[in-house]
Design a protein around this ligand. Structure first.
Ligand SMILES: [Zn+2]
Length: 163
């Protein structure tokens, strides 16, 4: 695959000047960032993160229910004390319903996805509030963990506080 070859070439260049091989495993800035897998978001550049700084957990939509496993590991085993939930404008999760995708899976893959909640949403700001509330109310997330919610604007690159 041509693109994999391109990546391998880029990695050679990266590794040729790499000098951060002695970083500690726990994130130095004690933060777990939860955001969407959208290709337009580069959390490292958008937030000024360097290797070793933070956990970045990504999934479709940056949904909390889908990230709980990783967040518990991040907090309990690797000492993070802050969670930043970052959803974004023009998110693909606004464009389909569970029923849409389940039907598509049935038609194209002849498989059953009826028990999967793909966690789409219809209101962007509400989705951030919902995920912050989900984490706040989870018995797996201690009250001492600081949780904040933001929208990332894919047009301007700016973060907008939501909750
Ligand atoms: Zn998205």
């Amino acid at each position: 695959m041509a693109v994999v070859d391109e990546f391998l070439k880029a990695n050679e260049a990266y590794a040729s000047t790499f000098h951060k091989g002695d970083l500690a495993m726990p994130p130095a800035r004690h933060v777990a960032v939860l955001t969407c897998m959208d290709a337009r978001i580069d959390p490292a550049r958008a937030l000024g993160l360097e290797e070793g700084d933070a956990h970045v957990i990504r999934n479709a939509g940056g949904r909390a229910a889908d990230a709980l496993r990783s967040l518990v590991i991040s907090e309990q085993l690797l000492g993070t004390t802050h969670i930043m939930v970052i959803h974004h404008t023009d998110c693909g999760m606004l464009t389909f319903s569970n029923e849409d995708l389940r039907t598509k899976v049935k038609q194209i893959l002849h498989a059953n996805a009826d028990t999967i909640d793909f966690l789409p949403f219809s209101n962007l700001e509400q989705s951030v509030r919902d995920d912050v509330a989900f984490l706040r109310n989870s018995p797996l997330i201690p009250q001492s963990i600081d949780i904040s919610g933001f929208l990332y604007d894919v047009k301007s690159g700016k973060l907008i506080p939501v909750s």
